[in-house]
Design a protein around this ligand. Structure first.
Ligand code: HEC
Length: 250
C-alpha cells in the first residue's frame, strides 16, 4: 500500500507537467477582486462571445454573484437577440449567436463552450494562451500560439496587444537531436494597450473564467472562514464542558 502511495506522489507532478510542453506563466488572479471580475465579464462578452458561448451560465447569475444590476449586465454584456427580435433577457443561458456548422466551415473546427474551460485547462494555461499568440505565416489565420500550437482560433485581441514575433532557440538534447525551444516574444507592431495593460486585461479575463468554472467557490471560500471560526470556538466550549462534567470524578 505504501508503495502505491509513494508511486502516486512521484508520478503526480509528472502527470501534471505532461499536460503541456510549454512553460506556463503564473496567472495573478484574485477571486475576491470584484472589480476585476466585472471587467473580465464585460471583456468576455465583448471579445469572446461572438464565437464562444458559456452555455451553462446565465447572465443574471453573474449579475447576482458580482454585484451588478440586471440592467447593467444587459447593457454591457448582452449583444444577442432572441428569435422574436427582442434583446436576449438576463435570465437566459449565455449561448453564442453563431451556429455550429458555420463555425466548422469558418475555422475548420468546432468552437468549444468556455463555461468550465478554467477547470479543464487551469488559470496559468489560459493566461499564457491569451498572451502568446504570435505571427506565423504558415498558419491559415497567420497566427500560432505557444500554449496551443496550431490553434484554429485567430488572435482576436491583436488590436489591443499588437503583433508579436516568437524567437526560438535551437537546443540539442543529450541524444544530439535538435529541438526548437521558445525563448521570448518581440513586439513587432504595438497595440492600443501597453504590455502591462494587456497583461492586466488578460488577468481580469482569466479571473472571470476561473470564477465561471465554479461560481460557488466565491461563497465556499468566504463560508470556509466562518466554518473554521465556529469550529475553533466550539472546541473551547466543548473543552469547558468536558472540564465541568469530569470535575467531580477525580
Ligand atoms: C473569431 C472567433 C473566436 C473568438 C472571437 C474567440 N475565439 Fe477562442 N477559439 C476559437 C476557435 C475556432 C477555437 C478552437 C481552436 C482549435 O481547436 O484549434 C478556439 C479555442 C479557444 C480556447 C481553447 C479551448 C480548448 O480546446 O482548450 C480558449 C481557451 C479560447 N478559445 C478562449 C477564447 C477567449 C478567452 C476569447 C475572448 C478573448 C476567445 N477565445 C475569442 C474562436 C474564437
Amino acid at each position: 500500500m505504501k508503495k502505491i502511495f509513494a508511486l502516486f506522489f512521484i508520478a503526480f507532478p509528472a502527470m501534471v507537467m505532461a499536460n503541456s510542453g510549454a512553460h506556463l506563466d503564473h496567472a495573478p488572479i484574485d477571486l475576491t477582486d470584484n472589480a476585476s471580475l466585472q471587467r473580465g465579464a464585460k471583456s468576455f462578452a465583448k471579445y469572446c462571445m461572438g464565437c464562444h458561448g458559456a452555455e451553462y451560465m446565465r447572465y443574471n447569475r453573474i449579475a447576482r454573484d458580482l454585484g451588478m444590476t440586471e440592467a447593467e449586465v444587459t447593457e454591457s454584456m448582452i449583444f444577442t437577440r432572441d428569435k422574436d427580435g427582442e434583446r436576449t433577457k438576463p435570465g437566459a443561458l449565455m449561448k453564442v449567436a453563431m451556429d455550429g456548422d458555420f463555425a466548422k466551415a469558418a475555422f475548420g473546427t468546432k468552437v468549444p463552450g468556455l463555461t468550465v474551460i478554467a477547470r479543464a485547462r487551469g488559470a496559468d494555461w489560459l493566461y499564457t494562451y491569451l498572451r502568446t499568440f504570435y505571427q506565423d505565416d504558415s498558419r491559415p489565420t497567420g497566427m500560432n500560439n505557444i500554449a496551443f500550437p496550431k490553434v484554429g482560433m485567430p488572435n482576436v485581441l491583436w488590436e489591443l496587444q499588437g503583433i508579436q514575433k516568437a524567437v526560438f532557440e535551437t537546443e540539442t538534447d543529450h541524444e544530439g537531436n535538435a529541438k526548437e525551444v521558445f525563448e521570448k516574444m518581440e513586439l513587432v507592431k504595438p497595440g492600443t494597450m501597453s504590455p502591462e495593460e494587456y497583461d492586466a486585461f488578460a488577468a481580469d479575463l482569466v479571473n472571470f473564467l476561473v470564477y465561471m468554472g465554479e461560481p460557488v467557490q466565491l461563497e465556499r471560500k468566504s463560508l470556509g472562514v466562518y466554518v473554521l471560526a465556529f469550529l475553533f470556538f466550539f472546541a473551547i466550549v466543548a473543552y469547558m464542558l468536558k472540564k465541568e462534567y469530569w470535575k467531580d470524578v477525580h
